[in-house]
Design a protein around this ligand. Structure first.
Ligand code: KIV
Length: 256
């Protein structure tokens, strides 16, 4: 049976850590789902797999196209899709329209959006009222790369209080979970203790209710990785070697 928002919240209460990864196509999604990943995110970081430099250029149509392929590969995991840059910031109506398209066209169970108050808190409340589960995303928010860079956030008392208050406000607005990106571990611990909804960390230390990584980083497919990523295998090397072996055999007429 597919994992639900209630299940994820229950796992927080039970202290069971949530395993999350990103996916961008059917084959990857099927492998992650079969390996027991609890939450699969069609993240806008997929922009990098598509050859973009940042997450800004990816469109809602591209997200939907890939999310449909991912949906076909996911049976058990909770399926979440990122709302891309400028598909929800313009107005609440735009956010409802974009999130509604994601749920209707892809079969995803929820959306994630970046940022806190004041505007995003209101947006989350209205999406939730419309029946759309929303995961908040605070700390480093890559869609604001030109304002924040890709630096760790929440290092000063002022910014750490802001992030904590945003997380609380987003929970009060009805978010079912909170992604904490690239913030100090003690701040992530404080947020995790304060919230009743699960926190999913990336570069936020070990005290979150779950962890997410970008799958292309985990598999060693990315050309460069953020400092907090862990590379579990080097598929760039493996693929290069396999392709070189194949090319050699074809040229030397050893294959077929
Ligand atoms: O787009 C993405 O991959 C993300 C990560 C922070 C998990 O949001």
């Amino acid at each position: 049976m597919a994992i639900t928002t209630q299940q994820l919240i229950q796992w927080k209460q039970q202290g069971r850590s949530i395993v999350a990864l990103t996916a961008w196509d059917y084959a990857i999604a099927q492998l992650l789902d079969a390996a027991g990943v609890d939450l699969i995110l069609v993240g806008d970081s997929m922009a990098v797999v598509l050859g973009y430099e940042t997450t800004l250029p990816i469109t809602l149509d591209e997200m939907i196209y890939h999310a449909k392929a991912v949906r076909r590969g996911v049976k058990r995991a909770f399926l979440l899709v990122d709302l891309p840059f400028l598909s929800y910031q313009e107005s609440i109506q735009q956010a409802i329209h974009s999130a509604g398209r994601v749920l209707k066209e892809t079969g995803a169970q929820g959306v994630k959006l970046e940022g806190g108050y004041p505007q995003m808190v209101e947006t989350v409340a209205r999406l939730v009222q419309a029946g759309i589960p929303v995961m908040g995303h605070v700390g480093l928010t890559p869609q604001s790369i030109h304002q924040l860079g890709l630096r760790q956030q929440g290092k000063t008392q002022e910014t750490s209080e802001k992030i904590l208050n945003e997380a609380i406000a987003l929970e009060q607005a009805g978010a079912f979970a909170m992604l904490l990106e690239h913030i100090p571990a003690d701040l992530a611990m404080q947020i995790t203790q304060k919230l009743t909804i699960p926190t999913i960390g990336i570069g936020a230390g070990p005290h979150c209710d779950g962890q997410v990584l970008v799958t292309s980083d985990v598999l060693g497919l990315a050309e460069k990785n953020p400092p907090f990523a862990k590379v579990y295998t080097n598929l760039r090397q493996t693929i290069t070697k396999a392709v070189q072996d194949y090319a050699l055999e074809v040229r030397e007429r050893k294959f077929p």
